[in-house]
Write a protein that binds this ligand. Structure first.
Ligand code: HEM
Length: 187
């Protein structure tokens, strides 16, 4: 019998990794990118960003493992076959893009020797720009795609919650889980 909500570990990972992801996207786009590589502040910003990005990568891997190994509630219907196909595609798309985001960030850091400069204090100067690395260009493009998918994800959650009124948000929160059929009878 399917549960009426996601596993509490998945709920915790969803909200913690989601908050960190949005923070990394906003700070990366509007703060870190704007600091010139010649500024001493850049090292601090990169240190926080790289450490945060690696934490996000670990949380996403943990999320995938928990998601694949715990029972999930019944698929919620959005009311049309097209939207019902779009939902799982956009969820898996988000996982893939976040994994690509972290790997292109790591690849850029390796190519630019950032681990020695930022974490080991090698004292070597940062490259004048990171834009010479194709992985950095991909990192920026993927960031925009994730922004767009998160926007779609939030709109979909609000549509379910307030237009279809199917209590979808409650499935991604803590509480006692009842069999999904009992949930439908109660509704
Ligand atoms: C999934 C987690 C991550 C997110 C959401 C993220 C987000 C961002 C964003 C939004 C930018 C600016 C992109 C632009 O507007 O062009 C950026 C730049 C960058 N990120 Fe990440 N990032 C993540 C992981 C990482 C990791 C793991 C590393 C390295 C260990 C990394 C290294 C960098 C570097 C070197 C830059 C270039 C900074 C610059 O051009 O000044 N990122 N990141």
């Amino acid at each position: 019998m399917k549960p009426s909500r996601y596993h509490p570990a998945l709920v915790a990972l969803h909200w913690v990794s989601g908050a960190l992801l949005v923070a990394a996207l906003l700070l990366g786009t509007f703060v870190m990118k704007e600091i010139p590589n010649t500024s001493p502040q850049k090292l601090e910003a990169l240190r926080a960003h790289m450490a945060g990005g690696i934490v996000i990568l670990m949380l996403i891997i943990a999320r995938l493992i928990v998601r694949l190994s715990t029972p999930k509630p019944e698929r919620a219907s959005a009311g049309t076959p097209f939207l019902d196909r779009l939902a799982p595609a956009s969820h898996y798309g988000l996982y893939v893009l976040i994994l690509l985001m972290a790997t292109t960030g790591l690849a850029t850091a390796f190519l630019a020797g950032l681990f020695d400069i930022v974490f080991a204090g090698s004292g070597a100067p940062l490259p004048v720009t990171f834009a010479v690395f194709p992985t950095r260009i991909a990192h920026g493009i993927i960031a925009k795609a994730i922004f767009a998918l998160i926007g779609l994800h939030v709109l979909a959650a609000l549509y379910h919650q307030f237009i279809r009124r199917d209590g979808l948000l409650g499935r991604m929160w803590f509480g006692k889980s009842r069999p999904a059929s009992a949930d439908r009878e109660a509704a």
